[in-house]
Design a protein around this ligand. Structure first.
Ligand code: NAD
Ligand code: MG
Length: 389
């Protein structure tokens, strides 16, 4: 199978290449992309000898080209990302760019009818109906990498292939670790630092998703992602706090059966699952040792502690441009928090303010998605000035 890895230098990208390297006879890397980390990308190019590598700027492209020699052609910019996502010789595209920047190349892979390994949840949150219509019309195969959605996928009927299957589903239960602040009072969260917020108890991830996990916006984005992937309404998608992160999600059926997928919290499992589907391959992840874990706990999420989760449900219920506005405002707020320009508990305030101030619009096409993204960003930037430290 020939692969493009979008976001190869990030947490998911590195885990993907770890799995790929275990199966040199099965996978061939055609293109790798990174944004700024030329050193890491150069090392990956030496190991995997892709035909193309893509970076953000012309300067970085020049620097990378001099490091990798002529075996790999180095390209740069957003157009090049779309180009390597749609190459005719590529079978599968790992979509692991973080945030809204991942939308255009992921959509290009969908248009080209690829097997899409979808890690970039923001693309689906922003552009759900447009993206799913594209997948359907081109016959692309959409396989979720997000551990919860991959678990749901694995717990659905075997003939599920990216098309909605609702036969007998009562609820989808998305599990959530609760992040590093699960047991803290809302008042004590005011002075949280970026270092504390990105220190996730169970998962090692990129900075943005780690902050999203601490606010539980990550779970909110995942509720919206589940809605689009599995065509299940918001009131049938529930969140359960499960601090051990061993059950990655569940499907509750009409007959009372609950199917779940379990495993050690390591993204190489869903990555290997989607790379090989419908087969199974070694991912490098150890077997789950339930006797050592001993106990699995569950509790409902306290919405007062996690207002971002309520905002995401609200945006999904509202529909139209609201999820794109929510996503854009969240990106702006998280960025400001990471730069120490916004308090942790103000992230939710900035998003709520953006959702309030941007007028509701339908989301018929990609132009409307981009307009909603811009409106969400400028509303969030305006709110930031009011809330900034
Ligand atoms: P990360 O920050 O570690 O890596 C992000 C990647 O995107 C890097 O390769 C970076 O070079 C690239 N990138 C960043 N900005 C870019 C831009 N403007 N243009 C082009 N490329 C750009 O992030 P991650 O943790 O690997 O997450 C990637 C995606 O996968 C996110 O959407 C995240 O929500 C999702 N995800 C991650 C995990 C996880 O365990 N890390 C789990 C589930 C879902
Ligand atoms: Mg997840």
């Amino acid at each position: 199978m020939k692969l493009t890895v979008l976001g190869a230098t990030g947490s998911i990208g590195v885990s993907t290449l770890d799995v790929v390297a275990r199966h040199p006879d099965r996978f061939q890397v055609v293109a790798l992309t990174g944004h700024r980390r030329v050193d890491i990308l150069a090392d990956q190019c030496r190991r995997f000898a892709p035909r193309y590598a893509v970076v953000g700027s012309a300067e970085d492209a020049f620097a990378l080209q001099s490091l990798v020699g002529s075996r790999t052609e180095v390209l740069h910019g957003p157009q090049a990302l779309e180009q390597v996502a749609a190459l005719s010789e590529v079978d599968a595209v790992m979509a692991a760019i973080v945030g809204a920047a991942g939308l255009a190349p992921t959509l290009a892979a969908a248009k080209a009818g690829k097997r899409i390994l979808l890690a970039n949840k923001e693309a689906l949150v922003m552009a759900g109906p447009v993206f799913m219509a594209q997948v359907k019309s081109s016959g692309a195969l959409l396989l979720p990498i997000d551990s919860e959605h991959n678990a749901v996928f694995q717990s659905l009927p075997h003939d599920y292939r990216g098309t909605p299957v609702r036969r007998g589903i009562r609820r989808i239960l998305l599990t959530a670790s609760g992040g590093p602040f699960r047991t803290r009072t809302p008042e004590s969260l005011r002075d949280v630092t970026p270092e504390q917020a990105v220190a996730h108890p169970n998962w090692s991830m990129g900075q943005k998703i780690s902050v999203d996990s601490a606010t539980m916006m990550n779970k909110g984005l995942e509720v919206i992602e589940a809605h689009w992937l599995f065509d299940v309404p918001a009131d049938k998608i529930e969140v359960v706090i499960h601090p051990q992160s061993v059950i990655h999600s569940m499907v509750d059926y009409e007959d009372g059966s609950v199917l779940a997928q379990l495993g050690n919290p390591d993204m190489r499992t869903p990555i290997a699952h989607a790379l090989a589907w419908p087969e199974r391959i070694d991912s490098g992840v150890a077997s789950l040792d339930l006797c050592t874990i001993g106990q699995l706990d569950f509790e409902p999420p306290e919405l007062s502690r996690f207002p971002c989760l309520s905002l995401a449900y609200q945006a999904l219920q509202q529909g139209g441009n609201a999820p794109a506005v929510l996503n854009a405002a969240n990106e702006v707020a998280v960025d400001a928090f990471l730069q120490r320009k916004l308090g942790f508990t103000r992230i939710a305030d900035v998003i709520a303010s953006a959702l309030d101030s941007v007028a509701a619009e339908p989301l018929p096409d990609i132009a409307a998605v981009m307009a909603a993204d811009r409106a969400g960003r400028s509303a969030a930037l305006a709110a930031l000035t009011a809330f900034q430290i």
